[in-house]
Ligand binder design. Sequence first.
Ligand code: SAH
Length: 564
Amino acid sequence: MSGKLLIIGFGPGSFEHITKRAREAIGESEVIIGYNTYVDLIAGLLTEQQVVRTGMTEEVSRAQEAVRQAKQGKKVAVISSGDAGVYGMAGLVYEVLMEQGWTRENGVQVEVIPGISAVHSAGSLLGAPIMHDSCTISLSDHLTPWELIAKRVEAAGMADFVIALYNPRSGRRTRQIVETQRILLKHRSPSTPVGIVKSAYRDREHVVVTTLADMLNHDIGMLTTIIIGNSATKLYDGLMITPRGYQRKYTLGAETQPLKPHQRLKSEAEPWALEQLDGQDLNESLEEFDEEDELMDAEVIESKEPSQLKSSPNLSPSNSLQLAMEALQLVSKGTEEVSFEFDNKLTATQSIFEFAVSPGIANKKLTAAQLCALGEIVGDRGDIEYSPHHQLIVRVQTNNPNQITSDLSALGLLLSPIGDVAQIKACDFCNLEKGESIPYAEAIHHRIGNLEVPKELKIGFNGCGMACYGAVQQDIGIVYRKEKFDLFLGGKTVGRNAHAAQPVAEGIAPEELVDLVGRIVERYQKEGHPNERFHKFFKRVKEIEGYRHQEMVGFVIENAICGD
Ligand code: SAH
C-alpha cells in the first residue's frame, strides 16, 4: 500500500493552459487538496475524488493533511495555481516531509508536476517582456522580512533584471508596491515600460501597459502580476518587448558596421564577453556593459536536434531573428510587405548608429536644410551632442545607416566615425577668405582622415601664423605661413598637465606636406600600442621622420583622473 503525493501546478487558470500530465494527475488522484478558489478553477476536471478545501492562509495544514493522507496509502493531489514550485505548495509539502524524516527511498512517492507560472502567462499577454535575464520577487512580507525584499528589489533594479512582482498588493499590504516603485526609480527611467496583468487567462483578465512612473495609478491587487521592463525594454503598439541583446552601437567604417546574423558569434564581435576581457580590469569592464549579444535559441536547437529544423523544407535559420523573419514570411504568404514593415518597426532589431557630422573640413557654417535634415533623422528618440572637436555627434536608432549617410552626404555634410580615428580639424580660414591652403587640409583628410589609430588623433590645421583655432595644441599641428608649413608634434590635449605640441619643423614645402603627415600617422598606426596617445608614442619612440622628441622642462604636475 504505497501512497503518492502529486503536487500539481495547473497554470494560470484556464483549461487550455493546464498540461496534459497535470490533467492526468488530477484524474488519477483519490484526494484533491487545495485552496477554495483553486478547487473551483479545476472543478471541471473533478470526478470521484474526495475534495479537501481550505482557506488561503491554511497552507501548512493543507500540506500536513496531504502528507497524512498519502501516508495512509492514498494518491493525493495538492494543487497550486501557476507552478507549484513558485511561491506554491511544492516547497511546503517537502518541508513537512523533511520534518518527518522522509526519504525518497523509504517514504511516500512524490511527483511535482510543472505548470505555467504567472510570470510566463502574464509575459505572454504583454508581448515578450522576459526575453532577457529576469527575476521574480514576491512583495508579500508575511513570511519574508521587508528589509530582505527591499534589498532584492534594489539589487534587481541595479542589475537591470526584468522583474516580475508577485503578490504586489492586498487589502492590507498597500505600502510595499509604493516602496518598490520608489526603489526602482533610483535605478530605472520613469518611462520604463511596466505591464500589469490581472487574472491572466481567467474570466476577469485585464492587461495594462504603462510606465514605472505611472504604474500606481492603475488597479493592482491580489490577482495581479506586474512585470517591470529592463533598460532596453520597448513599448510597441501596446506591447512590451525586451530585445534579446543590448543594443549594439556602431559607427561609420567598414569594420564597425552592423553585424550580419552569421557574424554575430565571432569573438571579435563580442568584445564584452568574459573570455575577451583577459588583461582588462573586470570591474572596469563591467561598468561599461552597454553592449551585449549572445547565443540564440535556434542555434542551440540546431546543434542539439538538427532533425527538427531540417524537417521544414524552407527553414534553415542560423538564429532566432532569422527564424522569426522566416515564420513571418510564411504567415504573410511570402508577401514582402509584412517582413519589410516588421523590419522597420521592431526596434529590437535596431542598433544605435553613432557618428560625427560637420559642415566640412574648412567650412564651419551649417545651412537650414542641413539642420532640418539632421533634426528629422534624429527625431524624438535620437540625440545630437555638440562636441569640443568642431563636430556634432549624432546618435540614432536605425537599421538602415546607409540611407542616413547618403542623405546627409547629399546635403554636403561631412560624416566621420567616432572612436579611435584620425581627425583633421581645420580653422575656418577667415570665413574661407584666406583659403589658399585648404586643398592641403583636404588632401590630408583624404589620405589619413578616419584612419583607425591606437587612440583618437586630432590633427589641427590652421591657415595662417595666428593659428587662432589652436592647431599647435593638438596631437599634430600644421600651420600655413608664407606659402610653407610649420609642423608641431605631440601636444597633450587633455589633463592638468596638458601642453602644446613641440615645434619640429618650419617652412615645409607644400608638395612634401601631405606625404610627410601621412607617414607620421601611418607609423603611429602601425607601431603605437593600443590606447597609447600620440604624445606618449612620440616620447617612447623618441624620433619620428627625423624629428626628435624633446623632454618638457618645467615642474612636474600630476595628472588627475576623470571626476577628480
Ligand atoms: N504558484 C503561482 C504563484 C502563487 S503566488 C505561480 O506560479 O504563478 C500568488 C501570486 O501569483 C498572485 O498574487 C499574483 O501575483 C500571481 N498570479 C497567480 N495567478 C495569476 C494570474 N492568473 N494572473 C495574474 N497573476 C497571477
